[in-house]
Write a protein that binds this ligand. Structure first.
Ligand code: BGC
Length: 451
């Protein structure tokens, strides 16, 4: 048997940021308590057939009540960074205007607890749970979105900025604009280009404006925003497949980072995006789309293989799933490919203007089973082992990777997959809320504490 390289956290350097991530709508629960207003996910999960088995994020992992114990677990596993998101509708129940003091106090408690445990709080401002009241006014398709978002960011910066120095503006703008406003698979469940294009425009502006507000209001802040990144591989060398892959790559990898870097939207090779310019008069905003972030967050799970498909409108492309290609994949059907992760890191580091990279999410779903109080998830350990080795290689070759956050602390509400898809380092029994550290959690503890 091939002997695997044994990783040591010291290989990554003393100041490497080892973290674990989660998000409000996936973990907190307490969805309508303590003054919280409804979010688009609370409502979307009520719609027939949208979430597997009709699961709802109402209680989830009950992080709202259990945060103290959960943070002790973060500490016990050896992580230095805790990445979590603020639920906008918990602090501003209607999205704008009235403030919910209890909600505001909750995040103070979480932050204070982190600081007490010497965990670095990394706060994501927007991880997909828009206040429902704002969606009713048009949500991300509305030009008012910027005004609402600016007020929300200003509020958070003024409220928490003396304690929190590390900020992530948006979580994966391509994720929520495409799944939520083009394909209707995620909240708010809207479809079509007339929703997608304005949502893209406003999200691209929000990621930059949010950064600017934080820069102004939070002294010594370390500010970034995240992108979902997937290497796009053409199915064959045929010209049609090559150009299909190029279009998908533009959407999946370039659509949001390039305006942030001051390059405008990537329209060449995909003239359809000209509509963004005409429709939104985007050229007027070129400067406002850009912001000098301190880091960019790369979130990588899998590569995609793409082929020409004339039946798919506009894009003329479709994915050739990992399952049909018979390659190694996770239980989500996502290809396991650490080499592709390595290439992704290399590629993004080549953009001018990127100072540092943090891998703000990476992880895997497997069909974990709790047996005799243990979860033997060797597959996940292998996954982390391989992806971290790939990261180390990229880092040694000069890619400025400053940190790595595993997705995710504990099994949680995995959006349209409900509670079926388990990504956690900690197993959660959703009936009893019992937490059980999986073998992968112990593996991280050993890596990070040098045991
Ligand atoms: C999202 C997470 C999600 C994870 C796994 C990322 O796209 O930011 O919220 O749980 O992928 O699907």
């Amino acid at each position: 048997m091939e002997k695997k390289q044994t990783l040591k956290s010291s290989f990554f350097g003393e100041d490497f940021l080892w973290g674990v991530a989660m998000a409000a709508a996936q973990n907190e629960g307490a969805y309508d308590s303590y003054g919280k207003g409804p979010s688009i996910w609370d409502q979307f999960s009520r719609r027939q057939g949208k979430i597997k088995s009709g699961h709802k994020p109402y209680v989830s992992c009950d992080f709202y009540h259990r945060y103290k114990d959960d943070l002790l677990l973060v500490k016990a596993l050896g992580f230095r960074v805790f990445r979590f998101s603020i639920s906008w509708s918990r602090i501003l129940p209607e999205g704008t205007g009235k403030i919910n003091k209890e909600g505001v106090a909750f995040y103070h408690r979480v932050i204070d607890e982190c600081l007490k445990l010497e965990l670095i709080p990394f706060v994501t401002l927007y991880h997909w749970d828009l206040p429902l009241a704002l969606e009713k006014e048009g949500g991300w398709t509305s030009h008012l979105m910027l005004k609402w978002f600016n007020r929300y960011v200003t509020f958070c910066a003024e409220e928490y900025g003396s304690k929190v120095k590390n900020w992530i503006v948006l979580n994966e703008p391509f994720g929520f604009t495409s799944l939520g406003y083009m394909l209707g698979k995620h909240a708010p469940g809207r479809m079509g280009m007339t929703n997608f294009l304005p949502a893209v425009h406003h999200a691209a502006l929000a990621q930059a404006e949010g950064g600017r507000i934080l820069r102004k209001l939070v002294p010594h802040a370390y500010i970034g925003t995240t992108f979902s990144c997937s290497e796009v591989v053409p199915f064959s060398e045929k010209p049609d497949d090559l150009s299909a892959a190029k279009r998908v790559d533009i959407l999946m990898n370039r659509l949001f980072i390039e305006p942030l870097l001051g390059m405008g939207f990537p329209r060449e090779d995909f003239r359809f995006l000209d509509k963004l310019e005409l429709y939104n008069k985007a050229w007027k905003y070129r400067e406002r789309y850009s912001f000098q972030a301190d880091f960019i967050g790369i979130q990588n799970y899998f590569p995609v293989v793409v082929k020409h498909n004339p039946l798919i409108p506009i894009l003329n492309a479709s994915e050739v799933k990992a399952r049909t290609r018979k390659v190694n994949h996770t239980a989500m059907g996502w290809e396991i490919n650490p080499e592709s992760f390595y290439r992704t890191l290399k590629r993004f580091s080549q953009y001018q203007g990127i100072k540092e990279i943090i891998v703000t999410e990476n992880g895997a779903m497997f069909k974990d089973e709790l047996r005799d109080g243990q979860v033997r998830d060797q597959d996940r350990i292998d996954y982390f082992q391989q992806y971290l080795s790939a990261l180390l290689r990229a880092k040694r070759e000069g890619v400025p990777v400053r940190g790595y956050f595993a997705w995710t602390l504990m099994d949680n509400f995995e959006w349209s997959e409900g509670f079926h898809a388990r990504f956690g380092l900690i197993h959660v029994d959703f009936k009893t809320q019992l937490r059980t550290i999986k073998d992968s959690g112990y593996w991280f503890r050993d890596l990070l504490t040098g045991k």
